[in-house]
Design a protein around this ligand. Sequence first.
Ligand code: 13P
Length: 256
Amino acid sequence: MATKKIIAGNWKMNPVSTKEALALYSGIKKNSARLKQTTAVVFPPAVFLATLRDKGVSIKLDLGAQNVFYEEIGAFTGQISPLMLKNVGAKWVIIGHSEARASGDTDLEINVKILSALKNGFKIILCIGEKTRDAQGKYLAVLQEQLEKALVNFPAKKLGQLAIAYEPVWAIGKDATGVETPDGFLHNSIVIKKTLSQIFDPKKAKTVPILYGGSVGVKNAESFLVAGHADGLLVGRESLDIASFSEILKIAEKVK
Ligand code: 13P
């Protein structure tokens, strides 16, 4: 049986008002009501989670948080604990996003955040990706190292709570310096799977979904899912547009 595709919308630091967040969430919720083959999840800024949850979570559209702290409670100014996120309806959490790494998340912090999120029952999207691409394939060592360091002490029996998003940093956002191809993703996802099978039992490692992220939109979603064999997509900018994100959900629903 084909597993469900995961379509995740990372809203990043958008929008600026609760009203806009509600409108975006409601629009996507309406268009995800009939999904069968697709797991849809949106990651709004944490300040909006409680309001969106209170407006009626949908069983077809999960809520997630864009980051999480590793401690559960205490004197940690500015941090958000996994217990708090659970209490406002988040079921998923993104850890290791390149933008969070750029603002200070280290490999060690990413590892302890993952272990804490795991303990608290979250589904985790671990983001990895190289900053620059070289023709010799040296960048693959970056992916391997990010995986190995992030997954220290990760219990294999909890692999059902893990997905990996491959997001080459140079392909992210409106200032992207290049585009990843479905073939390029496929190649790198094989390296990711191989690395996972060196860390865990290969049979169990095979079950971890590998998502693609980096300038994904209506135009290229299908090619990453079909030609690139991606198990899902982590969408940035186009997840802020109801029509575009809904169309990507529709595309995922159709692919086999
Ligand atoms: P864009 O789709 O805007 O390139 O963002 C990708 C991303 O970083 C998703 O987490």
